[in-house]
Design a binder for this molecule. Structure first.
Ligand code: SF4
Length: 63
């Protein structure tokens, strides 16, 4: 299934994706990096909004 992936090597932890789509993106307490939560179905609209707003273009869909 198509799922969003964050390139944490590029992410600057601005928190924008978490603000737009907290159902999918959150900070991993252990690593301190943004992580993508497992979902049966992603809310594509919200994820696309997060992708559009990411200042570093480091969120992408993968199959
Ligand atoms: S919006 Fe982009 S740069 Fe900001 S925390 Fe999310 S993935 Fe990282």
């Amino acid at each position: 299934m198509r799922h969003p992936v964050v390139d944490i090597g590029v992410c600057n932890m601005c928190g924008g994706c978490i603000e737009v789509c907290p159902e999918v993106f959150r900070v991993n307490e252990s690593t301190g990096f943004v992580e993508v939560l497992d979902q049966e179905n992603y809310w594509f609209g919200d994820v696309d909004e997060a992708i559009k707003n990411c200042p570093l273009d480091c969120i992408n869909w993968e199959e």
